[in-house]
Design a protein around this ligand. Structure first.
Ligand code: NAD
Ligand code: UDP
Length: 347
């Protein structure tokens, strides 16, 4: 499906964070519909492995750069997606100042690039802007409950500031900016050691290690398979007119962490048992998107149920990292430090 063209050519799309988990799937989908893709990534939490199959594609260009120091590009652009930011709590807390600067200064740089080219802009924001929510499920008009000085603040407040910047640029008619509030997303190409719940549980089960459950395990999350999220991101970028406000993208199916661990244990043949660990500071207790806005404006809703997406993801981890999973991370350069859960990070 070839989309809108400029001067008879396929459009050119910059994907910052394109070598990450979600970004690499987005690059695949954009190339598949005939776009030219420029991926910008520092590999701090992503990996060149994620885009290696694209390196010989005639419409794919890879630029290694930190978005905090990237403010121009030498070819015309039609769209800019900003997915560049560590997304896993241990990774975004490993260098919190860099995370904050990525969200604020990096997003500012990419908005300038979009402005220079008259390109549309999509910011990957997050359900973390709702903090530990007092309203459930979370609608876009809920203003959130964020601890602005806690260990998650570099990400939560960084993303909130990035949203403010996007809507300032939109209101002042400088950039056609759009904001997706993404809820927990999973799938193939998650880094096995990123510390997120689905990668942790699958890698632990595959390698026969205890499944780490923080706190009671009764906290909830809503898990969206990556192909559904990518379809939602592209629909939000392409929809006309601009929605003029943030749009939640996530799967409303809500599960406790205990339920998720039980699903993993039923799916992966393993000797692993669950083990309890302290709950990290400010860990949200409940999270579920209200996706009425996405459904009305974009005609979007997720299609892949958790059980099916988890099966694909487990198969991918087994095939690509297998029993090597417990030994070493793939080639990301994130500066993680082993810090206790009570400090808001984990080993
Ligand atoms: P990821 O860590 O796999 O991908 C992020 C990518 O951005 C990596 O390739 C990383 O190297 C790159 N990056 C980070 N900081 C950078 C910088 N300063 N300059 C250049 N590149 C940089 O994470 P993901 O899960 O793919 O998340 C992608 C985006 O979606 C992030 O912005 C994240 O905040 C957002 N998001 C993701 C989820 C989720 O559950 N996956 C949920 C909410 C929001
Ligand atoms: N969690 C857990 N064990 C782990 C990793 C995470 O119990 O090994 C919990 C974490 O405390 C949180 C939920 O799982 O309540 C989701 O954590 P994740 O880091 O994936 O994402 P978050 O939604 O907190 O950003």
């Amino acid at each position: 499906m070839l989309q809108r063209t400029r001067n008879g050519k396929s459009r050119t799309v910059l994907v910052a964070g394109g070598a990450g988990f979600v970004g690499s799937h987005l690059c695949d989908a954009l190339l598949a519909r005939g776009d030219r893709v420029i991926c910008v990534d520092s590999y701090i939490t992503g990996s060149k492995d994620n885009v290696r199959p694209l390196l010989n594609h005639p419409d794919f260009r890879l630029i290694e750069a930190d978005i905090c120091e990237f403010d121009r590009i030498d070819e015309p652009l039609d769209q800019v997606y900003n997915l560049a930011c560590a997304a896993s709590p241990p990774q975004y807390q490993a260098d919190p100042v860099h995370t904050m600067m990525t969200c604020v200064s990096g997003t500012g740089n990419l908005l300038s690039v979009a402005e220079q080219h008259g390109a549309s802009f999509l910011q990957a924001s997050t359900s973390e802007v709702y903090g530990d929510p007092a309203e459930h499920p979370q609608r876009e008009d809920y203003r959130g409950n964020v601890n602005c000085i806690g260990p998650r603040a570099c990400y939560d407040e960084g993303k909130r500031a990035a949203e403010a910047l996007c809507f300032d640029m939109l209101r002042s008619a400088r950039v056609d900016a759009r904001v997706a509030r993404i809820f927990n997303t999973y799938g193939p190409r998650m880094q096995p050691h990123d510390g997120r719940i689905i990668s942790n549980l699958l890698v632990q089960a595959i390698s026969g290690k205890p499944l780490t459950i923080y706190g009671t395990g009764e906290q909830t999350r809503s898990f969206c398979f990556v192909s559904d999220l990518v379809a939602g991101l592209m629909a939000l970028m392409d929809v006309d007119p601009n929605p003029q406000g943030p749009v939640n993208l996530g799967n409303p199916g809500e599960f406790t962490i205990n339920e998720l661990a039980a699903l993993v244990l039923a799916m992966v043949p393993t000797v692993s048992k669950m083990v309890r660990k302290p709950l990290p500071q400010d860990d949200p207790q409940r999270r579920r998107p209200d996706i009425s806005r996405a459904s009305e404006l974009l005609g979007w809703e997720p299609k892949v149920p958790l059980r099916e997406g988890l099966r694909h993801t487990a198969d991918w981890f087994i095939a690509t990292v297998g029993s090597d999973a417990e030994r070493k991370p793939r080639s990301s350069t994130v500066r993680t430090q082993p810090v206790s859960p009570e400090m808001g990070m984990r080993v």
